[in-house]
Design a protein around this ligand. Structure first.
Ligand code: ADP
Ligand code: 5GP
Length: 191
């Protein structure tokens, strides 16, 4: 299908800086980006609102939508908690002429790229090292010690997925990482 907008995928271990980079670029008029709102079976945290950060579904609703074939992909990213991208979301955003930017886990990133091929650009955001990742997870202060340990334990494994992405950007200096991701997106949407 010939879409009006293109698809940009950002994946990385949790805490690498995906959301920060997306937030820095989302209002950039040259990129025409819109954030892809995923569905999740977890409950809202803090100020999160249904239809803004995520479409919050009960585990049962999530399961029924999987059975109906509504998902481009979904993963059980954390034990007992699923996240997935709905076909309706891809159509909603790309159909309006915007480029869809996704924040998905590394397996989701690889699967979405396989599905959309040249219509999608996949970028892996690499933390400088595990120590920096740990410091960022703690500094973000949104996760319990258990969750931080779970996310760090997964990070080494997740980093082995980097070669399967179109590009890999190290997020050491935030400014340099944002500049490089912006350059890659511009090159892709103008190609
Ligand atoms: P992700 O979306 O990949 O889970 P976040 O964007 O939430 O990660 O970033 C995790 C934490 O690290 C946040 O507190 C953020 O402000 C911080 N951070 C992001 N990029 C950098 C950077 N280049 N240098 C230092 N801290 C950073
Ligand atoms: P949380 O928002 O609970 O902190 O963590 C979200 C995690 O799930 C991140 O690693 C994010 O990249 C991933 N994620 C969010 N949406 C999707 C999705 O639609 N598909 C997949 N595979 N992962 C997702």
């Amino acid at each position: 299908m010939d879409r009006k907008g293109k698809i940009i995928i950002l994946s990385a271990p949790s805490g690498s800086g995906k959301s920060t980079i997306i937030n820095a670029l989302i209002g950039d008029p040259g990129l025409r980006l819109q954030f892809s709102i995923s569905a999740t079976s977890r409950a809202p945290r803090g100020q999160e609102q249904n239809g803004r950060e995520y479409y919050f579904l009960t585990p049962e609703e999530f399961r029924l939508r999987v059975e109906s074939g509504d998902f481009v992909e979904y993963e059980e990213v954390y034990a007992g908690t699923c996240y997935g991208t709905l076909y309706s979301e891809v159509e909603r955003v790309t159909g309006s002429g915007h480029n869809l930017i996704m924040d998905v886990d590394v397996k989701g990133g690889v699967n979405i790229k396989k599905k959309f091929g040249r219509e999608a650009l996949s970028i892996f955001i690499m933390p400088p090292d595990i120590e920096a990742l740990e410091a960022r997870l703690r500094g973000r202060a949104t996760d319990s010690e258990d969750k931080i340990a779970e996310r760090l334990a997964k990070a080494d494994y997740e980093m082995t997925f980097a070669p399967q992405f179109d590009a890999c950007v190290v997020n050491d200096s935030l400014h340099e990482a944002v500049t490089e991701v912006r350059r890659l997106i511009l090159q892709f949407i103008n190609s």
